[in-house]
Each structure stands twice: as C-alpha cells, then as structure tokens.
Design a protein around this ligand. Sequence first.
Ligand code: NAD
Length: 311
Amino acid sequence: MKKEDIRRILIVGGGLMGKNIAFVFSAEPAYEITVYDMYPVDVPGGIRTSCAQLVEKGVLAPEELEARIGRISFTDDIDSDSVKNADLVVEAVFEDMAVKRETFAKLEARCRPDTIFCTNTSVMSPSEISRDLTHRERFAGTHFWNPGHLIPLVEVVRSDATSDETAETVLAVLAGVGKKPVLCKKDVPGFIANRMQHALWREAISIVEHGIADAETVDMAVRYSFGLRLPQLGPLENSDLVGNDLTYNIHDYILSSLEDSHEPSPLLKKLRDEGKLGFKTGEGFMKWTPEETAEAASALNEYLIRMLYGK
Ligand SMILES: NC(=O)c1ccc[n+]([C@@H]2O[C@H](COP(=O)([O-])OP(=O)(O)OC[C@H]3O[C@@H](n4cnc5c(N)ncnc54)[C@H](O)[C@@H]3O)[C@@H](O)[C@H]2O)c1
C-alpha cells in the first residue's frame, strides 16, 4: 500500500505507548483511528493527561486537543469492522514474543492481506515476531520512543522480509504526522538508537565501577559537554567537523581501554541484587527522595517541550 491509500489506522494495545501513538496519528485529520485493547481503556483520559503540559504551555489549543481526541475511537472487539478494515496497524501490546505473535496471527485472520502491520517492540526482532505470518512482506518494526507524543524519532525496522514498498509507506505516513522516522536497514538488537545509548550507559557504569568518577560526576560530565551539543551536532557530523584523521588517532589511542564487556556490569548486577533499583526503591546509582522521583517525569516533559517547541 502507498501513503495515499492509508486512511484507517488501528492501534492494538491501549497502554502507555498505544494511547500516545494514537494521538500522534490524529495530527492528520483524514485518518480514522481506532484503539483496540482486550481490556477497557480510557483513551481520551489518557491522552488528556499526556498532553496536559502541551496545553498549559500553549503548544496545543484545548479545542485542537479535543478535535484530535474526537478522531480516535476505542473497541475491545477484535471482530469489529475497524479491525477488519484497517489499512495500517501499529501493535503496542505487552513486550512478550508469544503475545505479539498470537496478536498478529489474530489480526492476519481478520485484516486484508495488504494491510500494513507494524510492531512497537522495544527490543524484539520484527523477523521473529512476524515469523509465522503468511504475508510477511507487509510487516515492519516501528519503534516509537517514550513519551511517544513528544519524542520525534521513530525507528522503522526492516525484518528479513519487509518489502521496499512497506518500508517506504511507513516512513512516509510517519513523516506526514510530524515524526522524524529513520530506516533501520537490518533487524539487529537495539536497532539504531538503543545500540548507541547502551554503549554509552555501559561505559558510564564502567567508569563508576572502576572508581574513575562517581555517578553524579558521570552524569554531570555528559550534561555539560557533548550532551549539550548532541541535538545540534550528531557524532558523525562531529567527526567530520574535527576531522576523521583526528578521530582515527583518538580511537587508535583509547579504544583498547574502553569497556567492551559482553555481560551486564558486576556493579549493575550488585545494585539489582541488593534491591537498589533507582526511583522505584529510593536508591540506585544515586539516592532519590519521593519528591525528586515525583517531579522527574514532569521535568523531562517540560524540557522536551522547551527544546522542541521553544515554550
Ligand atoms: N513504555 C515504554 O517506554 C516503551 C517505549 C518504546 C516501546 N515500548 C513497547 O511498546 C509496547 C507497549 O508498551 P506499553 O509501555 O504501552 O505497555 P502497557 O503495559 O502500558 O500497555 C500494553 C497494553 O496492551 C494491552 N494488551 C496486552 N495484550 C493484549 C492483546 N493480546 N490484545 C490486545 N491488547 C493487549 C494491555 O491491556 C495494555 O493496555 C511494548 O512492546 C513495549 O516494549 C514501550
């Protein structure tokens, strides 16, 4: 299917991600959006909560929010017409291979053979999720980042069978609703962005583990140096800027001393085993008061809105 053929969008799973993904598609007035969940879900209420700060900051007018919510309906009936007639499906059910495969088997039995199927899996392989489908060419990963209504990136992940047309249509539809979709050409663990994010986290944990700096210092070093310029200057543009000869010399000198363990760090395992889980327990790499943890989500949203909309 082409972008122009897409009108009816089905979100399967109306949890944290599903509701926000439904809101994202509502940016296009021509789309009819349905959220399907096996349990009753308050989709309008969830979207109003997610978008409260966008409204408060004047990024989204209250009437625009309500108009967008009005384009999203809900069903808990998998045999409803909105499931059967969907042109594009985004699945956001539990992160469980068996549940996802079973969900797509049910969808394939009901939807047209050309309906595009997308999975919002965080880490699982789209090739494996779609393994038992008949029409595997219309299947792709669409990895939205949390909070899904704010973070622009969506990684469109090709499985071992995704057709060019499917990938192109999904990229075009996402760009059309204001996302910044990127194509991950191979089905690899972590896709693109999480591979880089966790390479950084592995090194950050290793620095603490080896007594080079404490956790607060590690985060401060990121926040006040390359973290500040990353949104403007990506790592590869940065390498071109300083010169790839310099990058080569730096790598030649330091790569052999960077963390390259293929196992989670012993320090991370120790924290986990001691129940130092972070916000959830009040202590992790650092100590957290209930007030600090309560403010964290709202502070992140405020920061994102300032960065993205200047408000
Ligand atoms: N939360 C995040 O930060 C995040 C980020 C990116 C991707 N994801 C991925 O998005 C997906 C959903 O995550 P979430 O955080 O929204 O989870 P969630 O638990 O908030 O929501 C999952 C929803 O799916 C529904 N559901 C479960 N099984 C179902 C089925 N068989 N049929 C219909 N509905 C079903 C549940 O009732 C629930 O409402 C997961 O694959 C997750 O890995 C999550």
